[in-house]
Design a protein. Structure first.
Ligand code: TPP
Length: 320
């Protein structure tokens, strides 16, 4: 098997896992066993998988309220994620944080944030700390097009360029901020890239549903960061197939064109990569084995979450 096929299979496994975990959450959510809002990233898996595959375990990732994908792709513990969603003590934030506040420092996953744009400044600060300590870590910060409307993005990028910080700004442009389209909020497509001086900031816009392309761009960004050449900005154009929050069928009707949704479903990043791998000669047994392993892992994580005790209120100040 060629190195490229092996890398692509790694991306496929990461995306499949995120997709199947999301589906399992969707199926369980109406049971009211998870006392937390959930923001699924169905359709956006290639961004998490591609960016995180370019990073080493000690590199840092900061994410948003839609953080399951980056958490899992960065090596976060699935048992701890599920227990967190169930509000149990075995959760990654002791059951006190919920779905938007996953964290796994051991895996370099520094946390999701419910404050839109909130992690941009914090991640930039973490990259400054890496630069000052010379620890060689690269930081990637995920944020949505809604967060890109905020001034903190410009302040952060400006500072990162000024100090040549080892950071990658990963814009997951999924077309919406809750129910509000990008075109209703921004003057032109990729407006935040238009005025950028390319000599100062390496900024690109790519197909965010192509995991191989995301990985290739992220690898270049990591290389630049490690070489002390400063930040990169990657706009990954994708689509949120799920609703803003909760299971997909909880989506508020009317705010998006159903034909557009169907078109993007056809561009499913997981199926796209599978088709490519089949063309490269990967056997159907490989996919069946991955499906079985993923299902077993998810089943075990749900069991772990169900059996984990509720947190003790006296632990509240330890966990927050
Ligand atoms: C500072 C702030 N303003 C508003 C909100 C309410 N809010 C929660 S999610 C969201 C949309 C964010 O859209 P985007 O950044 O594109 O991320 P996506 O949900 O599309 O992944 C908003 C406005 C918030 N949590 N924080």
């Amino acid at each position: 098997m060629s190195l490229n096929t092996r890398k692509s299979l790694g991306l496929f496994r990461a995306m499949l896992r995120i997709r199947r975990v999301s589906e399992a959450i969707e199926a369980e959510y109406p049971e009211n066993s998870m006392p937390t809002p959930v923001h699924l990233s169905t359709g956006q898996e290639a961004v998490s998988a591609g960016v995180c595959a370019a990073l080493s375990p000690s590199d840092m990732v900061f994410a948003t309220h839609r953080c399951h994908g980056p958490y899992l792709a960065k090596g976060g513990d699935l048992n701890a994620m599920m227990a967190e969603l169930f509000g149990k003590s075995g959760g990654s934030s002791g059951g006190f944080g919920g779905s938007m506040h996953l964290v796994d420092r051991g895996a370099g996953f520094m946390g999701g944030s419910a404050i839109v744009g909130g992690n941009l400044g914090i991640a930039t600060g973490a990259a400054l700390a890496s630069r000052m300590k010379g620890d060689g870590r690269v930081t990637a910060v995920f944020f949505g097009d809604g967060a890109a409307d905020q001034g903190v993005l410009y302040e952060s990028v400006n500072f990162a360029v000024l100090k040549k910080l080892p950071i990658i700004y990963v814009l997951e442009n999924n077309g919406f901020s809750v129910c509000s389209k990008v075109s209703a909020r921004q003057a032109a497509p990729s407006v935040f890239l238009k005025g950028v001086d390319k000599r100062l900031l390496k900024a690109s816009s790519i197909d965010g549903n192509d995991a191989v392309a995301v990985l290739a761009l992220a690898e270049r960004a990591v290389k630049r960061a490690r070489a002390g050449q400063g930040p990169s900005f990657m706009e990954c154009v994708t689509y949120r197939i799920a609703g803003h929050a909760g299971p997909a069928d909880w989506d508020v009707e009317g705010y998006r064109d159903q034909k557009e949704l169907v078109r993007w479903k056809r561009r499913c990043p997981v199926q796209r990569l599978k088709r490519r791998l089949v063309k490269q000669g990967v056997d159907s047994d490989v996919f069946s084995r991955m499906e079985n392993e993923t299902a077993a892992e998810i089943g075990a994580a749900f069991d772990f979450a169900r059996k984990s005790p509720l947190p003790d209120s006296s632990d509240l100040f330890q966990a927050t």
